[in-house]
Design a protein around this ligand. Structure first.
Ligand SMILES: [Zn+2]
Ligand SMILES: [Zn+2]
Length: 448
C-alpha cells in the first residue's frame, strides 16, 4: 500500500464530494475517517518532528542567510522522494538588507494539475541571544541568533505534512504546493516569492494556508478570525539635522534634540487626533539617539519607530500624516530632516471572510482539541503571509502552544526565553494536511 502511494481513506474521501464547503454539521463518515487517518499518521512521525525541530533550533539563521536550514529541508524532501525547486526568495533589497537570499524551496505534491492549494512555512530566525532554560541538549549553536518566533517548528510541521501527503500522493485529487520561505522577519521573503511566481505558476494557486505557533493561547487550541488577523506595518528612520555647538550658547545653534523631542510628541497626536476612534492604529517611536556630552549640543538626532494599522488604506494615511508632522515640525525648528521607510511595507494579514466562514473555521475546529475554533481578536504584529492573502482567498491559523511546563512555553514570541511546546507539532501537521485535502475537495465541488 505504502509503495503505491495510494490511500483508501483519502480515495474514498475524494470520491464522496464535500457537504457544502467545509461545513461539517452533518459530518460524513468519510470526513471522520480522514480526520482519524491523518491524526494517526501525524502522531506516528512524532520522533521525526522532534528531531527535525531540534536540529533546526540548533542552527538558527537570519533572513536571506538560511543556507543550512534550506539544505536540511532539501535533504528531507529528497529522502521522501519529493521533487522541488530552490533559488526562491532572492533578496532584491541588498542595499538595505544583507544576504543574497534565494534559499526558498517549492514542492508540488499530487497530480501536478489543478486545483492547487498552497501551504506555507517560514524558515528564518532572529538576532536574539537565547536564554531559554531546560533545552541544553538542543540550544542555539549560533550565539546571538535564535529561533524565538517558532519558525523551526513551522518548517518542521510543513515537512511533516510533506511526509504524509507524499505517502498518499496518488489518491490526492489536485496539487498541494509547499512553500518554504526565507526572510519572514521584516525581509518580505514572501513578497519576493510571490513576485517570482509561487502563486501564479502552473497549476495556479486558488487558496493559501499558513499557521503560527501562538504562546498566549493554550496548547491544543486553534485560533483565528474572519477578516484582518494581523496588522499592516511600516517602519521609519528619521534623521533630524541642526547646527551643533556649545551648550552654553544655544542661540548660536539649531538644536536637533529639541526638534526631535517635539517630533516625538507631535507624532503622538496622529493616533489620538487623526485616526477615527473606531479604527485601530499604532505609532511608536522606539529609538532616540543624539549627542554624547554634557556641554555639547549635537549636530543631529536619530529616531526610529513603527506604524501599524488593520488596513493598508489606514496605514498609508498614517504614513502621510507622519511625513507631514515630521517635515513641518522640523521646519518649525529650522532643522533639516530625512525619513527612510522600510524596504517593503507589509499589508495586513486578512482572512477571506467567505472562505473563513464557509470552510476554514470548521476545519480548524476539527483539528482543535476542544473541537471548535477559538475566535481571537486581531493583534498588531505583522506577517509575511499577508503577501499571499492579498492575492488569493486565504486563511492564517494560530496554533496554541502556551501550556508546556518544561520548558515553560508561555513566553511571548521574540522573547529570549521563548520555547515551543513540542507536543503540538503533530497537531500542526494535522492542520496542514486536513486544510489542504479538504480545500482541494471543496474546489472540485465548486467546479461541479
Ligand atoms: Zn517573528
Ligand atoms: Zn513568526
Amino acid at each position: 500500500m505504502h509503495g503505491s502511494r495510494r490511500n483508501n481513506v483519502v480515495e474514498s474521501f475524494f470520491s464522496t464530494g464535500g457537504s457544502s464547503g467545509g461545513n461539517n454539521n452533518s459530518s460524513s463518515s468519510d470526513d471522520d475517517a480522514l480526520l482519524r487517518e491523518v491524526r494517526e499518521r501525524a502522531n506516528g512521525i512524532y520522533d521525526f518532528l522532534v528531531y527535525s525541530r531540534r536540529f533546526l533550533h540548533q542552527h538558527p539563521e537570519l533572513m536571506y542567510k538560511e543556507e543550512i536550514t534550506s539544505a536540511y529541508v532539501q535533504k528531507v524532501l529528497g529522502d521522501l522522494d519529493i521533487q522541488f525547486t530552490t533559488g526562491w526568495g532572492k533578496n532584491t533589497k541588498q542595499n538595505r538588507i544583507s544576504g543574497s537570499g534565494g534559499y526558498g524551496i517549492v514542492a508540488d505534491i499530487g497530480t501536478g494539475g489543478p486545483p492547487c492549494v498552497l501551504l506555507r512555512a517560514d524558515m528564518d530566525a532572529l538576532p536574539i541571544l537565547e536564554r531559554t532554560e531546560g533545552v541544553n541538549e538542543f540550544k542555539s549553536q549560533n550565539d546571538g541568533k535564535m529561533h524565538a518566533c517558532g519558525h523551526d517548528g513551522h518548517t518542521t510541521m510543513l515537512l511533516g505534512a510533506a511526509n504524509l501527503l507524499k505517502s498518499m500522493e496518488n489518491s490526492i485529487n489536485g496539487t498541494v504546493r509547499l512553500m518554504f520561505q526565507p526572510a519572514e522577519e521584516g525581509g518580505a521573503g514572501g513578497k519576493r516569492m510571490r513576485e517570482e511566481g509561487v502563486l501564479t505558476m502552473d497549476p495556479v494557486v486558488k487558496h493559501a494556508f499558513g499557521l503560527h505557533l501562538w504562546p498566549t493561547i493554550p496548547s491544543g487550541s486553534v485560533a483565528s478570525r474572519s477578516g484582518a488577523l494581523l496588522a499592516a506595518f511600516e517602519q521609519f528612520e528619521i534623521l533630524v539635522s541642526g547646527v551643533g555647538g556649545h551648550a552654553a550658547m544655544p542661540h548660536q545653534t539649531i538644536d536637533p534634540i529639541v526638534a526631535a523631542s517635539t517630533i516625538v510628541m507631535n507624532l503622538q497626536t496622529i493616533i489620538s487626533r487623526n485616526l477615527s476612534p473606531l479604527e485601530s492604529g499604532v505609532c511608536s517611536v522606539t529609538k532616540f539617539e543624539a549627542g554624547d556630552a554634557y556641554n555639547v549640543i549635537p549636530h543631529s538626532a536619530l529616531l526610529r519607530g513603527t506604524i501599524r494599522a488593520l488596513s493598508t488604506e489606514t496605514l498609508l494615511s498614517l504614513k502621510d500624516r507622519v511625513l507631514h508632522v515630521v517635515e513641518t515640525t522640523a521646519a518649525m525648528h529650522g532643522c533639516n530632516v530625512t525619513i527612510e521607510w522600510a524596504p517593503d511595507f507589509y499589508p495586513p494579514t486578512v482572512n477571506d471572510p467567505l472562505l473563513f466562514e464557509s470552510f476554514s473555521k470548521y476545519v480548524g475546529g476539527m483539528v482543535a482539541q476542544d473541537s471548535k475554533l477559538t475566535n481571537i481578536e486581531p493583534t498588531m504584529g505583522a506577517e509575511d503571509f499577508a503577501f499571499l492573502a492579498e492575492h488569493v482567498p486565504s486563511t492564517f491559523f494560530l496554533l496554541g502552544q502556551g501550556s508546556g511546563k518544561s520548558p515553560d512555553s508561555s513566553f511571548g514570541l521574540h522573547h529570549p526565553h521563548f520555547a515551543i511546546d513540542e507536543s503540538v507539532l503533530p497537531q500542526g501537521v494535522e492542520l496542514h494536511v486536513n486544510v489542504a485535502l479538504r480545500a482541494l475537495r471543496k474546489l472540485a465541488d465548486d467546479e461541479n
